[in-house]
Write a protein that binds this ligand. Structure first.
Ligand SMILES: [Fe+2]
Length: 335
């Protein structure tokens, strides 16, 4: 169902309120040509309604990266909040880290207004994600199992924790409207066991539901074998094309905590219309991923990155259950 301008502006006012936008603050609206014009118009309107100032920045990223375009980076560092329709985290040039260090709040929004409104974040979302963060702080192991055959263990402690709760209310915090999950990265070389991507699990960037199980054998932090039927073939061939051994590393791991995100949403939307946020954040999923860990301060930089949210897994941290068969069970994280 399509929503109108007034409803979209109201949603933007609400989310900017959660981002604690004050009338004496300045916002940079970072755009690109393909960004959703309904969101851009509504964001401008909402910032004005709240009495704050804004300017728009649409960088041309050619031979020079945004990071190396000093006047643009100075402008972004100088504002209180960046509304990001461009996706600075996808540029991987150091832009995201630079804004974090400058204390700039960043809110990334990419889904169409209808999805953003359905996934409107709440203070409760933050509370649940922070409760999950508390479980990961200082933890030394994470494990995931499933009836389909997943049995994965990793060691923790070398890398930071990634908290996404849908709005950016603290200096230097980056967030993503529609998100709601917790993740961290395994210690180098520590991931071991088996991951069975089962029928109905989702593979990004394919934005597709798996139809036949894929069995991954993982040793010393890397996928060593990909077995199964058509879906395994497809995944194996896609990854092989990067000609990069680092593509096979295990990357961020975590679980979904957004109860309004829908496992089925991806089946209803045109692939080009969505970043698949529902699929990434749906409540109780085990998020398995592969490839880089530069986001976490690691040195593994590969262009092959797969996000694979899986259903019906049981995730535990230091032996304490977080989810059981896809249901969130940990105290403080239940919706
Ligand atoms: Fe990812």
């Amino acid at each position: 169902m399509s929503v109108g301008h007034a409803e979209t502006v109201a949603a933007w006012r609400d989310v900017l309120g959660l981002c604690r936008l004050q009338s004496d603050e300045t916002v940079a609206i970072l755009t690109k040509r393909e960004a959703n014009p309904r969101n851009i118009e509504a964001a401008k309107h909402a910032v004005t309604d709240l009495g704050a100032q804004y300017f728009c920045l649409e960088p041309h990223i050619g031979r020079t990266s945004l990071f190396d375009t000093t006047p643009a980076m100075d402008a972004l560092r100088s504002v209180d909040l960046v509304i990001d329709f461009l996706g600075i985290h996808l540029l991987r040039g150091g832009e995201q880290e630079a804004l974090a260090q400058a204390g700039t709040r960043v809110l990334y929004a990419v889904e169409p207004p209808e999805t953003l409104i359905r996934l409107m974040p709440t203070i409760e979302d933050k509370r649940r994600v922070k409760a999950a963060e508390a479980c990961l702080k200082g933890a030394s192991t994470m494990a995931a199992t499933s009836d389909a055959g997943t049995d994965l263990t990793v060691s923790l402690g070398e890398y930071p924790i990634l908290c996404e709760y849908g709005f950016s209310d603290e200096p230097g915090h980056w967030d993503h409207w529609g998100a709601g999950f917790i993740a961290t990265w395994p210690n180098e070389g520590s991931a071991r066991g088996t991951v069975v991507i089962d029928r109905g699990d989702i593979i990004f960037p394919f934005k597709d539901y798996v139809q036949s199980p894929i069995r991954l054998t993982i040793e010393k932090g890397y996928i060593r074998d990909i077995a199964g039927d058509f879906d395994a073939d497809f995944l194996r061939e896609y990854m092989r094309q990067f000609k990069d051994d680092e593509a096979y590393a295990v990357s961020h791991l975590g679980w979904g905590l957004q109860p309004r995100a829908q496992w089925t949403a991806l089946g209803l939307l045109d692939k080009a219309q969505t970043n698949g946020n529902d699929g990434r954040a749906f409540y109780g999923n085990f998020m398995f991923s592969t490839g880089p860990n530069t986001d976490a301060g690691g040195r593994r930089d590969t262009r092959c990155h797969m996000d694979i949210p899986m259903r019906r897994c049981s995730v535990s941290v230091d032996g304490r259950p977080m989810t059981v068969k896809g249901e969130v069970v940990a105290e403080g994280q239940k919706a």
